[in-house]
Design a binder for this molecule. Structure first.
Ligand code: ISE
Length: 345
C-alpha cells in the first residue's frame, strides 16, 4: 500500500483581508494543502492567526518564511511594494507562488520577474486574476472560442464597488480595479492591448475629495477591437461586475448576478447583490486555489507549477494600467509600451 500523499505546506505572506481569506480557504475548503506558516508586517496579527490553525507557525521575516524548509509553496498577499523582493526569493528557492495582483508595482521590476522566471525554464508564478476561474467568465470564453458569436468586435464592461477604503486615489481605480478588466479583455479576446484612454466624467458628489470617480476607460487591442469600461467605486450600492461581448453574429452578457428573484407585496421585485469581491467571486477564488494546489502537487511530474495566468499576464496588465495612469493625467490616448515577448506562453 502506498502512503497517502502529504499535504502541500503553504506559507501565506500577508494576512490582511485577502491573505486571511486565503488562509481560511486553504484550511477549510482546499484539499491537498494546509497553511504551515503565516507572516505579516504586524507580527502579533500573524501569531494570533497561527494559534488558531493546527500545525501552523508565525515567522516574522517574510524572506525567512519563503526560504523555510517546512514550506513547499507560497501565497503572496502582502502589499504590492513588497512583491518584487518576495517573488525573487520564491524563484531563488524554487517555491511555486500564487501572487495576488499587482505582480509588482512598476514595469521594470515586473519585467525583471518575467525574465528571471523564464531563465529558470519552469513556470513557478501564478497571478491571482481569479475571474478566469469564475463559471460565467469561463462560459463566455467557451462561447467565444467556439465561435458562437462570430468574431468578437466590441466589449462593454461595468466595474462598480459599493465603497473603497480611505486613501484610495484616482490612480488606484486604474491599478486596483481596472486591472481586472484589462486581464479579462486579454483573456477573452486573446490579444494584447495597445492603447488606453481614461475619460473623466463629472464626479460623484459622494466620492471622497480628490477621487476621480467614475472613470471611463477605452482600450484598443492589437487587431483594432475596442473595450469600454465604466469604473465607479463609490456607488453606495454593492459589488457589480458585468461584461458584454458583441460579436458579428450576436452578443453575450455575464454578471447580472441577480440570484433568486423575489416579488414582494409592495409591488417590488428583485434579487440580491454581493457586498464585495470576496462574496461575488468566492467560488472563483476557491477553484483558483484548488487548481493551483493541484498544479503545484503535480509540478515535479509536469514541469509546470501553475495553472492559470502567469508572470507575463501580470506584467502585461501592469503595462496597460501604467499607460492608463498616464492618460488619467494627460486626458489623451496613451500607447502601451510592452517589451518584446521572449518567454513561452
Ligand atoms: C480590489 O483590490 C479588487 O481586486 C476588487 O476586485 C476590485 O473590484 C476593487 O475595486 C479593488 O479595490
Amino acid at each position: 500500500m502506498t502512503a497517502p500523499k502529504a499535504d502541500l505546506r503553504v506559507a501565506v505572506i500577508g494576512v490582511g483581508v485577502m491573505g486571511a481569506d486565503h488562509v481560511a480557504r486553504l484550511s477549510a475548503t482546499t484539499s491537498g494543502a494546509r497553511v504551515a506558516v503565516v507572516n505579516d508586517h504586524l507580527p502579533a496579527k500573524a501569531a494570533q492567526l497561527a494559534a488558531t490553525i493546527p500545525g501552523c507557525r508565525a515567522v516574522e521575516d517574510p524572506l525567512a518564511a519563503i526560504a523555510d524548509p517546512g514550506v513547499d509553496a507560497v501565497v503572496l498577499a502582502s502589499p504590492g511594494p513588497a512583491h518584487h523582493e518576495q517573488l525573487l526569493a520564491c524563484l531563488q528557492h524554487r517555491k511555486p507562488v500564487l501572487c495576488e495582483k499587482p505582480l509588482t508595482t512598476d514595469l521594470d521590476t515586473a519585467l525583471d520577474v518575467v525574465r528571471r522566471e523564464a531563465a529558470l525554464g519552469v513556470r513557478l508564478i501564478q497571478v491571482g486574476f481569479m475571474r478566469r476561474f469564475d463559471d460565467e467568465y469561463r462560459q463566455l470564453k467557451a462561447a467565444l472560442d467556439a465561435g458562437e458569436l462570430g468574431r468578437p468586435l466590441l466589449m462593454h464592461c461595468v466595474h462598480r464597488n459599493r465603497d473603497v477604503h480611505a486613501g484610495f486615489d484616482s490612480a488606484m481605480v486604474v491599478r486596483d480595479s481596472l486591472v481586472h478588466e484589462v486581464d479579462v479583455a486579454r483573456f477573452l479576446l486573446d490579444e494584447e492591448i495597445t492603447s488606453i484612454q481614461i475619460v473623466r466624467p463629472a464626479t460623484n458628489p459622494g466620492a471622497p475629495a480628490g477621487l476621480q470617480d467614475p472613470q471611463i476607460a477605452i482600450l484598443r487591442t492589437t487587431s483594432g477591437r475596442y473595450v469600454d469600461v465604466e469604473l465607479f467605486v463609490t456607488t453606495g450600492v454593492g459589488y457589480e461586475v458585468r461584461t458584454e461581448v458583441v460579436g458579428e453574429r450576436g452578443s453575450a452578457l455575464i454578471g447580472l448576478a441577480v440570484g433568486l428573484v423575489r416579488k414582494s407585496a409592495d409591488g417590488r421585485w428583485g434579487g440580491g447583490i454581493a457586498a464585495d469581491f470576496r462574496a461575488r467571486f468566492r467560488a472563483a477564488y476557491d477553484t483558483q486555489m484548488q487548481r493551483w494546489v493541484d498544479a503545484v502537487a503535480a509540478g515535479a511530474r509536469t514541469g509546470d507549477y501553475a495553472d492559470g495566468p502567469g508572470a507575463w499576464d501580470g506584467y502585461a496588465a501592469a503595462a496597460v494600467c501604467a499607460a492608463g495612469v498616464r492618460s488619467l493625467e494627460s486626458g489623451r490616448t496613451e500607447s502601451v509600451e510592452l517589451a518584446l515577448r521572449d518567454t513561452p506562453e
